[in-house]
Design a protein around this ligand. Structure first.
Ligand SMILES: [Zn+2]
Length: 192
């Protein structure tokens, strides 16, 4: 993940945006927001429920919050757009995304997202935040590349060997940021 790498022109335009004030409060969302909210489960992220709230209240995990804070600070201090690739997988699909943070003349920070490409996961896998019971092990999931921490390192979600009983379709996770993403050495690929 670097600021100046090239991205394929075949990804869609930045369609989804929100604007943050100096206190990181969401003060505006783009017209396509409601469609996005519906596609992604809807409840809790409709425009009327996100406006006026701090962005960080939607971010799970201390390390991810730290990552987001440092992105926001960089965009404000450097005064040029910052782009990062990340993943926003659905239970069935790898979704390669890009975000762009731009400080506008108004002082608001515009945070945009777009899909670069998608590909199917080899098996469906669902996650729920921190819902481990006594007998269940919580897995760390990287908020940026969506890989899971396994004994042998960080692996793709559909390669994760979870000893899950058949009745448990959902993997309990906590969110963090893997060392590759924290250090800017992420291997999130925008092409191929
Ligand atoms: Zn990662």
């Amino acid at each position: 993940m670097s600021d100046d790498r090239g991205f394929p022109a075949d990804g869609e335009e930045f369609g989804l945006s929100y604007w943050l004030d100096v206190g990181d409060v969401i003060v505006e969302v783009s017209p396509g927001w409601e469609d996005f909210a519906q596609e992604n489960g809807g409840d809790g992220i409709e425009a009327k429920k996100v406006l006026g709230r701090n962005l960080l209240s939607f971010v799970h995990g201390d390390v991810t919050r730290m990552y987001v804070r440092s992105l926001v600070q960089s965009a404000r201090m450097l005064r040029r757009p910052i782009c990062r690739t990340y993943r926003c997988d659905s239970p069935d699909m790898r979704r390669f995304m890009e975000m762009r943070l731009t400080l506008e003349n108004s002082g608001l920070l515009r945070w945009e997202h777009r899909t670069l490409r998608t590909e199917p996961l080899s098996r469906r896998i669902e996650f729920a935040v921190g819902s481990a019971g006594r007998s269940r092990r919580i897995v760390v999931r990287c908020s940026i590349c969506n890989r899971l921490k396994a004994s042998g390192g960080w692996c793709e979600p559909d390669r994760y060997e979870a000893p899950l009983p058949a009745v448990e379709a959902t993997v309990p996770v906590i969110y963090g940021v893997c060392p590759d993403c924290l250090g800017g050495r992420s291997t999130i690929s925008a092409s191929g």
